[in-house]
Every structure is written in structure tokens, then in C-alpha cells.
Design a protein around this ligand. Structure first.
Ligand SMILES: *Cc1c(COP(=O)(O)O)cnc(C)c1O
Length: 365
């Protein structure tokens, strides 16, 4: 039995007809960039997140980049961020000429906390990018308070957290900006690259719209150096077909997580910690193995199961950052990188697949 990391064929079987209709609607319209589909998607995601503004763009990476640009973070500034995340979080900081400063994570949730941020603060700190890793929100109230007290710009990396919340407030509604990714493997995935920035401020909304479109509000009047980072109408139309199903898909992921917990109860591994203060949307179901993690992954692969390691190398140990940061010590991030293993968790998983994963994993512990 095969258990892939996600099953886009199963999604096609379910939504393929509607998706083809949506794509044909765009083809017939002849309007491919910055049109009615993108505008409608922006309104729908803003509503989902409970924020007044959302600006669609080309990728999650661009969403973070645009947010830092709109906040005027640049050379001489430092931005606190985790090392236990995808490279894009730190790339966005480098793109604007600022310096990433890595803070350690809470080993239970894999997220930054106000305490780990506090320890990494310097006089040059201007902003924080907090990542809601694997689909669970960081403990936001103390982080918001810290940023408010210190006058720091707060950006949320919500690439893995669409629809997650802390105490009823959505990921993307806590900070000055929220950056979302619709990369195909994300919980709301396009069929190509796509992203979006949320914000509560009209002035940020206006600047983001200008920045994503070559720094112009009016055609051929360029007020700032911008990017070409517009969402195309085909991706927007596909996302709008999938968005009404997101709550159901999230519920399926949560049900699968609960089933994994039952099936893996008492096994020699650490199950994901749920803080219970809001909805964990299980972008990943990530267990920890104190030893022999790579052997377990191989045993799963041999049984047709695609388990993933997110992330095997923390950013301060990556070749691109090692020279500058290699000697800093982030014990919780380094331990996580050694021990994590993410089990397949997509909405269309069948119970026999969940049982196969759990039985195979148990057998090799
Ligand atoms: C996927 C991801 C990104 C980047 O999104 P893209 O759309 O691939 O550019 C950024 N941060 C995190 C945590 C991600 O998982």
C-alpha cells in the first residue's frame, strides 16, 4: 500500500470538474493578471482571517518580502526569526538588505516565544518574523506585547497556518502583516506559485499593492522600486474553487491527527503537542524520535510511506549562513532538526493508510 506525502490525484477526482470550469472561465475572459478572480480571492481570504485587507502576490516568499519592504525594513536593521523553518523566512530578510538574527524555539511547539525573542534582542532589532510552524499558532499575546513595547514590526509567516487561530484570532490577524503561501503542498494549494499578505492598515494595503506592481498605482507612474509579484487569474480561480472546502479539509486533517494519536499511543516517540488555545490545522503531523530517526524514515519509505523531515538542517547551519552564524548555539532548534519526522497527513487519507503508517512505525521503534 502506498501512502504519499499528499495525493493531488485524489483531489482531482473530487474537485477536478469544478477546477476545469474555473480555468475555462478565466481563459474565456482573456484577463490573466490582476483581475476579478484575484480581487475576489483577496476579499475571501481577508474574511477568513478577520482582517480588512489582503493583497495577493506571487508566492509566500514574496509575501514576506513585500511585508518587510512595506514596513521599510532595510540595511542596518536586524530581524528576529527562527532557524527551525523553511529558508524563505530568512531569505525575505536578506532581500531587503537587513540581517536575520536567529532566536531559538519552544521544544514543545517548535515556535518562537516572547522569552526566546527577548534573549535575542539587540539595539538594532527592528522587526520579528514569527512562524506558525506545522499549522499551530505561536503564543501570540506576549509576542504582540513585546513588539508593541519595543516598537518592533511584527510579521507572521502563515505559510503553514491558513485557518489556524490562537484564542479565536486567526493566524495573519495578530501582526502588522501576515504572509501566506499557496504553494501546491500547503493546506490551501494552488496549481503553481501563489501567495498573499494580510494587514489591518489601509496604508500598508496601498503600499503592498504598489510594491507588487512595479511600484505603481497608475500605469507608467512608478513611485518606488517595486517587484513583479502579481497573482495570476488562473491560480486565483483555482484557489477560489478550493477555499470553500478548506474547513472540511482541515477537519479531516484534525481527525487523522486524532487517529494517529490513538494508533501510536504508548509507542516510543513523542506525539505532537497541541496547546489547545486554538485550532491546530495539522499542515504537518510531526513526531519526535530521540534516536534512529533516519532509520525509521527509511523503514517507512521501504513500506511505501513518504514521511518527511522538515527541517533536517536549521538555517544557521545552512551553507549560505554557516560562515556568519555557524558558531551560534540554538539547542532546541538543533535537537528538533535531529529528531523530527512528519507523517503523511492530507485530507483524503484512508483509515487503512493511517493504520499502515502507524503499524510500520511501531515495528521499527
Ligand atoms: C512554504 C513556506 C514559505 C514560502 O512559500 P512559497 O510560496 O513557497 O514561496 C515560507 N515560509 C514557510 C514556513 C513555508 O512553509
Amino acid at each position: 500500500m502506498k501512502v504519499p506525502i499528499l495525493d493531488l490525484a485524489a483531489e482531482q477526482a473530487e474537485l477536478g470538474a469544478d477546477i476545469r470550469k474555473a480555468v475555462e472561465r478565466v481563459l474565456a475572459s482573456g484577463h490573466f493578471i490582476l483581475g476579478p478572480e484575484g480581487a475576489a480571492l483577496e476579499r475571501e481570504i481577508a474574511t477568513l482571517c478577520g482582517v480588512p485587507h489582503a493583497v495577493a502576490c506571487n508566492s509566500g516568499t514574496d509575501a514576506l518580502h513585500l511585508a518587510l519592504r512595506a514596513a521599510r525594513i532595510g540595511p542596518g536593521d536586524e530581524v528576529l526569526t527562527p532557524a527551525f523553518t523553511f529558508i524563505a523566512t530568512a531569505e525575505a530578510i536578506a532581500y531587503v538588505g537587513a540581517r536575520p538574527v536567529f532566536a531559538d524555539i519552544d521544544p514543545a511547539t517548535f515556535n518562537l516565544t516572547a522569552a526566546t525573542l527577548e534573549r535575542a534582542l539587540t539595539p538594532k532589532t527592528r522587526a520579528v518574523i514569527v512562524v506558525h510552524l506545522f499549522g499551530q499558532c505561536a503564543d501570540m499575546p506576549p509576542i504582540v506585547e513585546l513588539c508593541r513595547k519595543r516598537g518592533l514590526v511584527l510579521v507572521e509567516d502563515c505559510a503553514q497556518a491558513i485557518g489556524a487561530d490562537w484564542a479565536g484570532t486567526a493566524a495573519g490577524a495578530w501582526g502588522d502583516f501576515g504572509g501566506f503561501s499557496f504553494y501546491p503542498t500547503k493546506n490551501l494549494g494552488a496549481y503553481g506559485d501563489a501567495g498573499l499578505v494580510t494587514t489591518r492598515e489601509a496604508k500598508h494595503d496601498a503600499m503592498l499593492r504598489m510594491l507588487r506592481h512595479h511600484g505603481s498605482k497608475v500605469t507608467y507612474a512608478h513611485e518606488v522600486i517595486g517587484l513583479n509579484s502579481r497573482l495570476d487569474e488562473i491560480q486565483a480561480a483555482i484557489l477560489r474553487v478550493k477555499l470553500p472546502h478548506l474547513a472540511r479539509f482541515t477537519a479531516a486533517r484534525r481527525a487523522h491527527a486524532a487517529r494517529y494519536r490513538e494508533l501510536l499511543a504508548g509507542a516510543k516517540l513523542q506525539l505532537p503537542f497541541e496547546h489547545g488555545r486554538g485550532t491546530h490545522i495539522y499542515h504537518q503531523f510531526t513526531v519526535r524520535l530521540a534516536a534512529r530517526r533516519d532509520e525509521a524514515r527509511k523503514a517507512l519509505a521501504d513500506a511505501g510511506i513518504a514521511a518527511g523531515i522538515y527541517y533536517p538542517v536549521p538555517l544557521h547551519k545552512q551553507p549560505v549562513f554557516e560562515k556568519e552564524y555557524g558558531r551560534i548555539s540554538l539547542p532546541a532548534s538543533e535537537a528538533a532538526a535531529r529528531e523530527v519526522l512528519s507523517l503523511p497527513i492530507y485530507p483524503q487519507l484512508a483509515d487503512e493508510q493511517l493504520r499502515h503508517v502507524a503499524a510500520t512505525l511501531r515495528a521499527c521503534l
